[in-house]
Design a protein around this ligand. Structure first.
Ligand code: PNS
Length: 169
């Protein structure tokens, strides 16, 4: 961290990134000097996209912002934060149902590193029901996701769907 700079880490799986995430990144930029988007390397969860693909898709969306960078991480989030000089985690909070999981993570992260604080931000109402899990489900069942997911991400998902269908043949 450069002297006095406020650095936030937006951490998540982002499998894939959707407009609710982009909305939170934008809100974050209005409060913090720098935003590090930290993409979890979580092969055990069998993600749709590799961590490199997820990082690349987010970079495409934020490359015009000099105050944003996108990095993959594995291991403890608090350790990654030490490496990038951040003490604030920003998480989007959509509904009460998110609260318990987020509350547990926030307190555990603070227990792991007393300097770490978690800040919650609410996305635009129109994205308040959106999750990567639902995006994948609706996409693979043929639903229309325009306006909820960046076009470039939808195109990658279509390529992935084609590859999966090809593998089945
Ligand atoms: O988008 P997600 O899957 O809800 O994000 C969860 C994430 C990546 C923030 C969380 O799983 C995480 O921080 N994982 C890294 C491992 C870690 O630090 N675990 C202890 C957190 S309490």
């Amino acid at each position: 961290m450069k002297g006095g700079e406020r650095v936030a880490v937006c951490a998540g799986s982002f499998d894939p990134v959707h407009n609710g995430h982009l909305d939170i990144f934008a809100r974050c930029r209005s409060i913090f000097d720098r935003v590090v988007i930290a993409v979890l390397h979580n092969d055990a969860k069998k993600p749709l996209f590799t961590v490199d693909e997820r990082v690349e898709m987010i970079r495409e969306q934020v490359e015009r912002y000099e105050d944003c960078r996108v990095e993959a991480f594995s291991g403890l989030l608090v350790d990654f934060m030490g490496e990038v000089g951040a003490t604030t985690i920003v998480r989007g909070l959509r509904a009460v149902s998110d609260f318990e999981y987020e509350f547990q993570m926030a307190l555990m992260n603070r227990r792991l590193d007393l300097a770490v604080e978690t800040v919650f931000m609410m996305p635009k109402e129109e994205y308040s029901y959106l999750s990567s899990r639902l995006v994948k489900e609706v996409f693979f069942l043929g639903g229309d996701l325009r306006g909820l997911v960046p076009q470039a991400v939808l195109e990658r998902m279509a390529v992935e769907r084609e590859a999966r269908e090809e593998a089945k043949r």
